[in-house]
Write a protein that binds this ligand. Structure first.
Ligand SMILES: Cc1cc2nc3c(=O)[nH]c(=O)nc-3n(C[C@H](O)[C@H](O)[C@H](O)COP(=O)(O)O)c2cc1C
Length: 410
């Protein structure tokens, strides 16, 4: 009992010595950011970030799946030298997680992508720049030392090759091809709140701007100071403005993208090449055979095909068929314990989406750094209680599924 109090004090002390800015003092976990971001952001923007497709079935499953697994900790193992460091493609990161690519991040806070990148670099975790960001990839690549770029590509060889040239010239080392978006998903919630891509200026949008003056001045007007923001990175040329009617046309033939294009990219990209949006063992094998460097298991945070499986639920099966081969995973991760469960089930690295946008909305770069530290602290604290010194020790023996069956047997 005394020890518990002592430990609580240590955690408390850690928070105090960090000199947490006033705005962030009541934020104790990633979920807390959402409460504050919801107040700060206009309804349409918050709705776009938080929303998913149709009935939110996959969105919910992404969280529920973690309730199926429980830890079996080990004791008396001297965990005083524990480390949260973890490697991916030979690079050592401070934590086993990174920031997933998210379009329109610059609507969360001014120059959102840059703030995400700076916070990630300061904390030594990876951050992936989205193809639908509003800031030119050239500004993020060499200038901000962003090493990861995500692509949405049409099934057109010429456009693919020219885009790869652009990405290469900007200094990126890792490309992530997102493949779960052959068509736009049915996100009814966006229509209900009045949000659309492209943005259509209307009364509701204007009213939300008026009723959220801090966001309107600090983010919206500031972003529009140099003209209307454009989709800068969808192609090898500059994309349309965010209020353009030509948006759909600019996307090109994404529904024609196929495995031949994956092979084409492999031949023409010397850095790491990851395919994001895989959910089946069959596709994971295909990606491996096509020379892809890692599969990224994802259902896009429940934002694409509603009713698609949760990535964590298919992880053991995919690990089994690909053998010793890098697996990245995202969708629904909010706690250090979630991350550790995925590592135990065979993931190599985890990415987190929405919470980092909420953190950006709450307090820009400082907010994002606070989010990284909170999640990192959870990982660090939990490995101590699990009896783990090094994350490579995580395996399925640390888990039991709810009904008491070892996860090895699932
Ligand atoms: C607002 C928003 C925008 C997103 N934009 C992209 C994108 O441009 N490219 C992409 O590959 N994934 C995109 N995603 C999906 C994320 O990369 C990631 O798969 C997902 O957010 C993970 O789920 P989580 O938010 O529950 O952590 C987006 C997600 C959100 C919430």
């Amino acid at each position: 009992m005394k020890k518990d109090i002592l430990q609580d004090n240590v955690v408390q002390q850690k928070r105090i010595t960090r000199k947490i800015p006033k705005k962030l003092r009541n934020i104790y976990s990633l979920d807390d950011f959402e409460i504050f971001a919801r107040k700060k952001l206009p309804r349409q923007i918050y709705g776009y970030y938080s929303g998913a497709a149709e009935t939110n079935q996959s969105l919910k499953y992404n969280r529920d799946i973690f309730q199926n697994y429980f830890f079996v900790p080990r004791i008396l193992r001297d965990v005083s030298k524990r480390s949260t460091q973890h490697s991916l493609f030979g690079k050592k990161y401070k934590y086993p997680f990174g920031i997933a690519p998210m379009g329109l991040s610059a609507l969360a806070t001014w120059q959102g992508d840059i703030q995400l990148c700076r916070a990630a670099n300061k904390q030594n975790i990876p951050m992936v720049l989205s193809a639908t960001s509003l800031i030119k990839l050239e500004k993020l690549g060499k200038k901000e030392d962003c090493k990861w770029f995500q692509l949405y590509l049409p099934g057109e060889d010429n456009r693919i090759l020219q885009m790869l040239e652009r990405v290469k010239a900007s200094g990126f080392e890792n490309i992530v091809l997102t493949v779960d978006l052959p068509v736009t998903a049915n996100r009814e919630n966006n229509e209900k709140t009045g949000f659309s891509t492209p943005l259509k200026p209307n009364f509701r949008l204007a009213w939300d701007g008026i009723t959220h003056p801090v966001w309107s001045i600090q983010t919206f007007l500031r972003s529009f100071c140099n003209g209307v923001p454009h989709f800068e990175n969808m192609d090898y040329f500059r994309g349309p403005p965010i209020i353009s009617r030509n948006f759909e046309r600019a996307r090109g033939a994404r529904d024609q993208l196929n495995w031949k294009h994956v092979e084409l990219i492999r031949k023409n990209w010397k850095g790491n090449f990851i395919v994001k949006g895989i959910l089946s063992a069959e596709d994971a094998i295909k990606a491996k055979e096509s020379g892809v460097d890692a599969v990224w298991i994802s259902n896009h945070g429940g934002r694409q095909l509603d009713g698609s499986v949760s990535p964590v639920s298919v992880l053991p099966k995919i690990r089994k068929v690909v053998g010793d081969y890098p697996i990245i995973i995202d969708s629904g991760f909010r706690r250090g314990s979630d991350i550790l469960k995925a590592l135990a089930l065979g993931a190599d690295f985890v990415f987190v989406g929405r919470p980092f946008l909420y953190a950006a909305a709450v307090d820009g770069e400082q907010g994002i750094e606070h989010a990284i530290k909170l999640l990192g602290d959870e990982v660090e604290r939990n490995i101590a209680m699990l009896g783990v010194n090094n994350l490579d020790e995580m395996n399925a023996d640390f888990l039991e599924v709810r009904d008491g069956v070892s996860s090895n047997q699932v």
